[in-house]
Design a protein around this ligand. Structure first.
Ligand SMILES: [Fe+2]
Length: 210
């Protein structure tokens, strides 16, 4: 529970003017369910459920393509977290009394496609490939961070506090994944990838000589 939602809940309980006073996590009423904001919220949840499942499919390919053990492990951790995010989203759907349907998300399809093109355009076993795969994975993370941040805030506005807490937890995990990827890139992969270039330059020099 974050402080904000706790404070808001306490205010509602003190004022005694909320429908959700007895049970702050009750399902939205029929009137609330018909509102455009609730409809948008559930649509966006369906969109991110599709996105998480699409990411889950792509991660093993990225893991297999990675050069270093560190990045392979990071993708494996990300895979396990993504499974957790999917079941957490299913809990959110249950909490608000909606079916966990998926809605095709063109944005994530594009971002994942770009990640796959990294594999085609970089040399197998090179550090440049890992540097590029990290950037591709961070684009996915930033998409998810924007989405979960917005959804957690909307859930709070709709007084769906338990749903908001679950979405906040996922948001934090996405932020941690993003930071871990930055750490791997900055600790050694980017520097090692610079050596890839130098080796290529040497190769070019050698070819030039002949
Ligand atoms: Fe996720």
């Amino acid at each position: 529970m974050n402080n904000n939602s706790e404070a808001k809940r306490q205010t509602l309980e003190t004022n005694g003017n909320s429908e959700n006073k007895e049970n702050p996590n009750q399902k939205p009423s029929e009137t609330e369910r018909d509102g455009p904001l609730f409809k948008f919220f559930t649509d966006a949840l369906k969109d991110v459920l599709y996105a998480e499942k699409h990411i889950l499919e792509a991660l093993p390919k990225m893991q297999k393509a990675a050069t270093t053990h560190e990045l392979q492990e990071a993708f494996e951790d990300h895979y396990l977290l993504t499974q957790k995010h999917i079941s957490r989203l299913e809990r959110v759907f249950k909490l608000i009394g909606e079916e966990p349907e998926e809605k095709k998300c063109e944005a994530i399809i594009g971002i994942v496609k770009e990640g796959e093109s990294v594999i085609e355009n970089t040399e197998e076993g090179s550090m440049t490939r890992d540097a590029a795969l990290i950037i591709a994975a961070q684009k996915v993370e930033h998409y998810e961070i924007a989405t979960y941040g917005g959804l957690a805030a909307l859930a709070e506005t709709l007084e769906l506090y338990e749903a908001s807490d679950l979405l906040h937890t996922t948001l934090q995990e996405e932020e941690e994944t993003d930071e871990d990827l930055t750490d791997i890139a900055e600790s050694f992969i980017n520097f090692a990838a610079k050596d890839d270039e130098e080796e290529d330059d040497n190769k070019d020099d050698a070819l030039g000589f002949w």
